[in-house]
Design a protein around this ligand. Structure first.
Ligand code: SF4
Length: 398
């Protein structure tokens, strides 16, 4: 966004003024959720088409019409039908060859050269010998190569301790990760486009560009870069200095985040009100965020304790609010504390490849897998410690 227009970036990430909902984000997010659901490596089996369609509907219905940003109810219905079509076509093409990837929707946070890189890698496949393929799902009309995006994935995957750790769970001898292949998968046309990894020279130039942008942001350089096509679709047009002739001095930070929309008349009125305090510095915004998150986490902990205590006193397993429901789930948690012994046992039983990634949950799933022999289960059970656990789950009430 900074490269598109520094002033727009300032509105969005310094003043924290929300953009209006975009239907293509809602559509893309719903299909990404479905892909995550299909390929979740912790699920021993793959969902059926009916289950995937049902999951899609639940996710679609969990956001309101306004949140999705469609221009009309008809357009929203067309979006939903298109999502169903894509999922059915995807199953038609791939259901017989589903394979669990190394990870799906992996969120990686990496501190590097003074930057905090937060990335979500849609899908990582392990190709052996420390080599991985990164796959990114696309849901727009077309796919372009977008080298910066691919290079960022490569940079993150090859430097992220979390990705290395994940690969080492499958292949403990691996010391470093190499991205062999970068792919975009265009869901509407079921086409995959693969690209070679960026060369050292390309990666160096890319990284210098990233550091340069970071320096400019830190230096507070937010000059507008108006262009007809960009400004026509920009949500901040009504408050942009290019069009108002004066600097924006309206709500900023958390107070702006809760404003209905940057382009709304209310915000525009607020923008011109002289009583509004000046925009906060980046450090002040950071302090605001830390305090707000800390207070929310403390309140969440307190509320969980109170709800669980009252439900326990009343003997309730489930209780409804006006919009959400609370459920107490009791489950047995198995822990395989001796990792080496567990891995050796899995190897000896020929079950290591069955877990794909041997985590506590995938090993535990073997004990519920009907294709695993009773003798093998007994050996695994002997390595597990079982503890009863209660979990308070809060979900939207249907
Ligand atoms: S209206 Fe144009 S110049 Fe102003 S922030 Fe948006 S894109 Fe930038």
């Amino acid at each position: 966004m900074y490269k598109e227009c520094p002033q727009k970036y300032k509105f969005r990430y310094v003043h924290m003024l929300p953009e209006q909902p975009k239907y293509y984000f809602a559509f893309g997010s719903a299909l990404h959720e479905v892909m995550e659901y299909i390929y979740n490596p912790t699920n021993p089996s793959f969902p059926t088409l009916e289950q995937a369609l049902s999951f899609f509907k639940t996710h679609w219905d969990s956001t309101s019409f306004d949140q999705k940003g469609y221009a009309s109810m008809e357009k929203e219905a067309q979006g939903f039908a298109e999502g169903q079509r894509i999922i059915a076509a995807y199953y038609g093409k791939h259901a017989n060859s589903f394979v669990h990837p190394l990870s799906v929707e992996m969120k990686s946070t990496l501190d590097m050269d003074g930057l905090s890189l937060i990335s979500i890698l849609d899908r990582i496949d392990y190709l052996g010998d420390g080599r991985v393929r990164i796959l990114d799902y696309k849901t727009g009309k077309t796919v372009q190569r977008e080298p910066d995006q691919l290079m960022m994935y490569q940079k993150v995957a090859e430097n992220s301790p979390a990705v290395l750790h994940l690969v080492q769970q499958t292949d403990p001898s691996v010391k470093e990760i190499k991205v062999e292949k970068l792919s975009f998968y265009h869901l509407p046309t079921l086409q995959e486009l693969s690209f070679d990894r960026g060369s050292d020279k390309e990666m160096y130039a890319f990284w210098q560009k990233v550091l340069g942008v970071a320096d400019e942001i830190r230096a507070g350089k937010f000059d507008p870069q108006p262009e007809e096509n960009k400004c026509r679709w920009c949500d901040y047009r009504n408050i942009c200095p290019v069009f108002t002739g004066k600097e924006y001095s309206g709500p900023s930070g958390w107070s702006a985040k809760t404003a209905p929309s940057a382009a709304s008349g209310a915000l525009l009125a607020a923008a011109s009100a002289s009583a509004v305090p000046p925009a906060k510095t980046e450090d002040e915004l950071l302090s605001d965020k830390i305090d707000r998150l800390g207070a929310l986490l403390r309140e969440e902990k307190q509320l969980r304790q109170e709800i669980a205590h009252t439900m326990d006193k009343k003997g309730y397993k489930r209780h409804f609010g006006a919009r959400f429901k609370a459920e107490i789930k009791e489950e047995k948690k198995r822990t395989f504390a001796d990792k080496q012994k567990t891995l050796d046992t899995l190897r000896a039983l020929g079950l290591l490849s069955k877990t794909l990634v041997p985590t506590q949950s995938t090993i535990s799933a073997l004990l519920d897998d009907s294709s695993v022999s009773p003798q093998a289960k007994e050996q695994l059970r002997a390595l597990a410690e079982e503890t009863a656990q209660t979990d308070l789950q809060i979900t939207e009430a249907e």
